[in-house]
Design a protein around this ligand. Structure first.
Ligand SMILES: C[S@@+](CC[C@H](N)C(=O)[O-])C[C@H]1O[C@@H](n2cnc3c(N)ncnc32)[C@H](O)[C@@H]1O
Length: 388
């Protein structure tokens, strides 16, 4: 049975107690810069709230200090997925939105964020936090200060755009309404665990519904799974479907638990299925990888798409394949004992990541500063949840 362990506490303090190489995927949505204040005024941990940094450069420093810790606790085959939204200079966020007016009892509203000191772009400009964070990961520096990142360099593998058909109302007037946010996908290793076959999208209405790709007319759906690449058998469907695109249309759903800024479960599913191994050997730490044998002339035997780098499909991932056999790799240990893959959400909130992970037979570790989230998370995760 999968287990989700919920820690109430500051992310840095809790993570300091976690061993090296102990989680397979970090999947999270941290507080965005100066958009919300979660804890009530006067709360003893108010000063520890992330997102209240005085300017973008300091916020990037915080994200990089966190990334250094994420690097330490991630296994060598691990991945990092961070969903981040941006902040407009000079604007203030709701400050938390538990009541109709967007506030929890006693919750303060952030004042206009920018122009209170140095280090902000001109008023009304986007701060470009997601972009700055991606540059910082890829180049190993805080681009606003030039200072080396404590997290070193990461391989930025994707920027997934979460397209929201129903975004929250935002400042209008002289700009378009923001309806997207971004999830950066990064790793340290060239051979991270990645199982593309687990998340291929089949051109079937049910599957489309589940992943949110259901609103385009048939024939125009770029995820239709038809191969039109040069040199392949045009128009023939890949039996396993097509790789998901790097934009996911997911309707943000209201959550009755009166929570705020929750992850939609769909946003967690694809990362967990493709980046958190199902089984990892407790002896040598190797995850089991999908091995796919295809018919002669179609790539032969290869380590699925989870070996990273050369997938064995090569161009073949877009071409027709006859799968002869699929199985999971076995490590060199004499009698391997496997554990489930482990997902860490260091800003666990109401427990979306934990609920999805345990539903997919993975273990989860959640951390959150706000103990009021425990009851919300328990409601969603049920008997799979234990409080640390
Ligand atoms: C965007 S919300 C996460 C929501 C979550 N993904 C969900 O689906 O419910 C950010 C969370 O970060 C928490 N937080 C802020 N500062 C923190 C800190 N220093 N340590 C741990 N959690 C913190 C807040 O309490 C809030 O629940």
């Amino acid at each position: 049975m999968s287990v989700c362990t919920y820690h109430v506490g500051d992310v840095f303090e809790v993570m300091a107690s976690m061993p090296d190489n102990s989680v397979d995927l970090v999947l999270t949505s941290p507080p965005f810069l100066r958009l919300r204040s979660y804890l009530p005024e006067g709360h003893p941990d108010k000063g520890k709230e992330i997102g209240s940094e005085p300017n973008p450069a300091v916020f990037i420093d915080t994200l990089l200090a966190l990334s250094a810790e994420w690097d330490r606790v991630l296994t060598p085959h691990g991945s990092l997925c961070v969903e981040l939204g941006d902040t407009y200079s000079g604007s203030g966020g709701a400050g938390g939105d538990y009541n109709d007016d967007g506030f929890r009892e006693g919750q303060p509203k952030f004042e206009g964020s920018a122009r209170k000191g140095s280090g902000w772009p001109d008023e009304k400009s986007a701060c470009l936090i997601p972009e700055l964070f991606r540059v910082a990961l890829a180049y190993g520096i805080n681009p606003l200060t030039g200072v080396e990142s404590p997290a070193g360099r990461w391989r930025v593998r994707n920027t997934v755009r979460w397209v929201k058909p129903n975004p929250t109302p935002g400042a209008l007037g002289d700009k378009f309404r923001t309806g997207t946010s971004e999830m950066v996908v990064a790793c340290k290793s060239k051979d991270r665990w990645f199982d593309l076959d687990a998340v291929r999208v089949i051109n079937n209405e049910d599957r489309m519904d589940e992943t949110g790709f259901n609103n385009r007319p048939k024939g125009l759906n770029p995820n239709a799974g038809f191969d039109d690449s040069p040199g392949s058998t045009s128009g023939v469907q890949n039996p396993n479907g097509a790789p998901p695109l790097d934009w996911w249309k997911i309707t943000a759903k209201g959550y009755k638990g009166a929570h705020y800024a929750v992850f939609p479960p769909e946003l967690c599913k694809i990362p967990i299925e493709s980046m958190c191994p199902r089984e990892v050997c407790t002896g040598c730490g190797e995850p089991r990888r999908r091995i796919v044998e295809t018919a002669p002339g179609q790539g032969g035997v290869h380590p699925g798409n989870n070996g990273g780098g050369t997938t064995g499909y090569g161009k073949g991932h877009r071409s027709v394949r006859t799968v002869l056999n699929q199985h999971w790799s076995v490590c060199g240990c004499e009698t391997p004992v496997y554990r489930p893959g482990i997902v860490l959400d260091p800003f666990g909130g109401s427990g979306t990541t934990g609920a999805v992970a345990t539903g997919m037979n993975r273990d989860a570790i959640l951390i959150d500063l706000d103990d009021r989230n425990i009851d919300l998370a328990r409601e969603r995760i049920g008997m799979f949840m234990v409080q640390a």
